[in-house]
Design a protein around this ligand. Structure first.
Ligand SMILES: Nc1nc2c(c(=O)[nH]1)N[C@H]1C(S)=C(S)[C@@H](COP(=O)(O)OP(=O)(O)OC[C@H]3O[C@@H](n4cnc5c(=O)[nH]c(N)nc54)[C@H](O)[C@@H]3O)O[C@H]1N2
Ligand SMILES: Nc1nc2c(c(=O)[nH]1)N[C@H]1C(S)=C(S)[C@@H](COP(=O)(O)OP(=O)(O)OC[C@H]3O[C@@H](n4cnc5c(=O)[nH]c(N)nc54)[C@H](O)[C@@H]3O)O[C@H]1N2
Ligand code: SF4
Ligand SMILES: [Mo]
Length: 725
């Protein structure tokens, strides 16, 4: 027997305090339902994170709820291979029978599961449990692997745990200096900028490292316009200067860290002239940045995807952590190292068992004690739990192959747009025996599926999310899902039942799933066992770890010690390596990829919202005026980008803010406009993060008209320099 863990409609409130469906800032929103049953959004001024502010994606998010393209019935393929609507019974019957057949023929691991950081904690937890208990497959991973996994791995190896920010974001406003490495919050988390504005007031400083003069870099006191992929050299270079100038905190290093000597001898070779050569950042700027950080009473080093999404992403983050430790920042007031996690539940999504090597509570799946504990909570034999599986890209690359998955369940990701080397991923998805996708729109991945399951979404469901600060908050239901749509949690339970494991998936409410998650996480690094819905309600959220009912949660970490064997933070020497691909005669420029303000991720949601499409209608490749001239490109003209993996087409935007050797494109579009047809799936050896941020590219005009050479001066907003350094 399974029950449907959604909230009965008769308790629907008229006003619900909830949170945005999109990014990890999880801005507080008041959702009110009008007479027509439509949800209206206003910023929740009482929520201490966004303090009432929302970005344009948040303001327009209600458009996803009653969108005409919403899926409202399961889809299955008919005899001709076309989609037709089906009953839930038929659709789930097909899924269960396909999974059974594939596992009988090819073994348990032949069914793969691909989750996402947009799923609530409860759904992430259930999906992980479903893979390990109902399918007994090792092969589950999720899109967070493409997101902050390098920072997570570096945090774990140095600090013994990974919580994106080890302090509440309000601390940012009080830091004397902030160094943002590869992050563009002004577009990716606009309400966060209020903290930087406060921070900069009174002469405190912001330093940004980015190959482009982004809206974030425009606000910086100093912008280090580095060559893509040169982060480790840059940061080692800063540490070299700080050591040379006697500005490191030797007392802190002695008392709280280990491994500094090896780091010191490694960075000894990163003298400024050499670093200038590798990074393209002038020696004077390096010195100025180092001294701004070294002289500050309190300072923070924060990383974003720019430095993390590289084949040396873990080392890049380690170099930032080394810098923070050498300055004695970690655990000190208004100071420290942090990663700005990206997806709505990017933090919680990596804690409760969607990751190939993990069990709930951020436990390792290869740790015998962790296996015993979780098997106990699940009421299964420890030996029946699978071991670690393939990482996200490796799982996708394995599809249909001899040792790979033959059937795949995707819930909360649009890999046909967001995975690297898309031409390969499309081929692998095509080689599957069976693909089932749960989504609320027909995403590009769902369009390839054998069965599509229409899911409820944010304002239609209950659950918890963990924001970028490690604050566990409640997503509250404001409206009913459309008829025909089911909540993912209910679908997972029903599928488990059809696979004969329903007795492990019986819940009366979403809150019961959370309570079980708490028990499963008890004693692990991400301990939620002392968190309850009531405690979250009473406190603007609760920061994990929170190990018991009396515990108030942990807003700030590492003040006393680190959860490592010695209690000290571990430093690792970092040697800068070139990116997996560097420009040559055939592919003469660097390509880097990232985000626009008005589009979100693979675009499934935001490409369907008129106000957002008005702001950001089409993917634009950004190049410097000199580069445009050299390649005979027209501002606003059609261009084709080509790499060793494929080509894709964009509009050209000429911008003086970007380096002359670099092209930037957003990845929010599909098909011929998909940036990921170009990207390099070279993986970081530890985090298995693909190198989304660097590869070599060629650019050509696709304009048939005669190309003019005068292409400068067009977009004043990007052509201006920031406040000068
Ligand atoms: N509007 C919008 N907001 C979002 C999202 C979205 O899709 N759209 N997604 C959310 C998610 S999941 C995430 S992960 C976050 C990501 O948030 P960010 O990390 O801020 O976003 P990105 O644009 O991927 O990358 C940040 C910057 O890295 C720079 N960069 C490129 N290559 C390099 C390099 O080699 N070194 C350095 N130092 N910098 C480099 C890019 O120019 C870019 O400005 O945003 C979240 N918020
Ligand atoms: N080139 C390049 N590629 C990148 C990146 C980059 O910077 N450059 N960034 C990477 C990063 S950081 C990330 S996080 C990934 C993100 O890429 P994706 O994993 O593709 O993320 P989304 O577009 O958010 O996809 C989520 C999908 O799940 C659906 N969905 C959302 N919530 C739910 C839910 O609760 N239930 C169900 N069933 N479905 C849901 C949405 O409609 C959408 O189709 O992209 C990565 N890809
Ligand atoms: S910043 Fe993020 S959470 Fe806040 S409104 Fe925008 S997308 Fe939503
Ligand atoms: Mo992300």
């Amino acid at each position: 027997m399974t029950s449907n863990p959604t909230v009965p409609s008769n308790v629907m409130p008229e006003v619900a305090e909830s949170h945005c469906p999109y990014c990890a800032l999880q801005c507080g929103m008041t959702l009110s339902t009008n007479g027509a049953g439509e949800v209206e959004i206003s910023g929740n001024a009482a929520f201490p994170v966004n303090r009432g502010a929302l970005c344009v994606k948040g303001w327009t998010a209600a458009a996803t709820l009653r969108h005409p393209e919403r899926l409202t019935a399961p889809l299955v393929r008919d005899e001709r291979g076309e989609f037709r609507q089906a009953s839930w019974d038929e659709a789930l019957g097909r899924v269960a029978s396909a999974f059974r057949t594939v596992q009988e023929r090819h073994g348990k691991d032949a069914v793969g599961v691909f989750g996402g950081g947009s799923l609530t904690n409860e759904k992430s937890y259930l999906l992980g449990k479903f893979a390990r208990v109902a399918l007994q497959t090792a092969n589950i991973d999720y899109n967070g692997r493409f997101c902050m996994s390098s920072a997570a791995a570096a945090g774990i190896r140095s600090f013994g745990m990974d919580r994106g920010l080890p302090f509440p974001i309000e601390d940012i406003a009080r830091a004397q200096a902030v160094f943002l490495v590869g992050d563009n919050s002004a577009e990716t988390m606009p309400p966060l900028m209020q903290y930087f504005e406060e921070q900069q007031a009174g002469g405190r400083t912001l330093v940004v490292a980015d190959p482009r003069l982004t809206p974030t870099a425009q606000r910086a006191n100093l912008h280090l316009r580095l060559i893509p992929g040169s982060d480790a050299a840059l940061v080692n270079g800063l540490l070299h200067i700080l050591i040379r100038d006697g500005m490191v905190d030797t007392d802190y290093l002695d008392a709280r860290t280990e491994g500094f000597d090896r780091v010191k001898s490694e960075v000894a070779t990163y003298w400024p002239e050499r670093v200038e050569r590798i990074t393209g950042v002038a020696e004077a700027e390096l010195t100025r940045a180092a001294h701004l950080l070294g002289n500050a009473e309190s300072a923070m080093i924060l990383t974003g995807r720019g430095t993390e999404q590289q084949a040396q992403g873990v080392n890049n983050v380690s170099s930032c952590i080394n810098l923070a430790l050498a300055l004695g920042l970690v655990g000190k007031a208004n100071s420290g190292y942090g990663c700005l996690t990206g997806q709505g539940n990017g933090q919680g999504g990596r804690e409760h068992g969607q990751k190939a090597d993990q069990l709930p509570g951020y436990r390792r799946i290869d740790d015998p004690a962790a296996r015993r504990h979780v098997a106990g909570v699940w009421g299964v034999d420890e030996a029946s739990l699978p071991g670690p599986g393939k990482s996200a890209y490796e799982l996708l690359d394995s599809l249909g192959r001899e040792d790979g998955a033959k059937a795949l369940l995707v819930m909360g990701s649009n890999v046909a747009v967001s995975a690297p080397h898309l031409n390969n991923v499309a081929e692998r998805l095509g080689a599957l025996d069976f693909l089932v996708v749960s989504d609320f729109f027909l995403s590009e991945t769902a369009a390839l599926a054998d069965v599509v399951l229409p899911s409820a979404q944010w304002a239609e469901e209950e659950g918890t999310m963990t924001n970028l600060e490690g604050r566990v908050i409640r997503r509250r239901q404001a409206c009913e899902p459309p008829d025909g749509v089911r909540d993912d949690a209910a679908v997972i339970c029903e599928l488990a039942s059809r696979l004969g494991k329903g007795n492990h998936f019986t819940y009366g409410s979403v809150e019961e799933i959370f309570e079980e998650l708490g028990r499963a996480s008890a004693g692990g690094p991400a301990d939620y066992s002392g968190i309850s819905y009531a405690k979250i309600d009473a406190n603007d959220g609760v920061f994990w770890p929170c190990p018991d009912e009396e515990h108030a949660g942990t807003p700030r970490l590492f003040a006393e010690g680190f959860p490592t064997a010695s209690g000290r933070a571990r430093m690792f020497p970092v040697r800068h390596e070139d990116p997996a691909e560097t420009p040559d005669d055939e592919y003469p420029l660097y390509l880097t990829t990232g985000r626009n303000l008005a589009q979100y991720q693979s675009g499934t949601q935001t490409r369907r919202i008129a106000e957002l499409v008005d702001i950001s209608p089409t993917p634009v490749a950004e190049v410097h005026p000199a580069t445009a001239r050299q390649h005979g490109l027209l501002d606003g003209g059609a261009v084709r980008l080509t790499t060793r993996r494929g080509h894709a087409d964009f509009r050209l935007k000429v911008s003086r803010g970007i380096r002359g050797d670099t092209v930037f494109v957003p990845f929010h579009w599909a098909g011929r406009q998909a940036a990921n047809r170009l990207t390099n799936p070279a993986l970081d050896p530890t985090s298995r993060m693909p190198e989304f941020k660097v590869c070599a590219v060629r650019i050509e005009s696709m304009e048939h008209a005669t190309v003019q050479s005068n292409t400068a001066e067009t977009h004043p907003e990007t052509a201006t320099e920031g406040p000068s350094s």
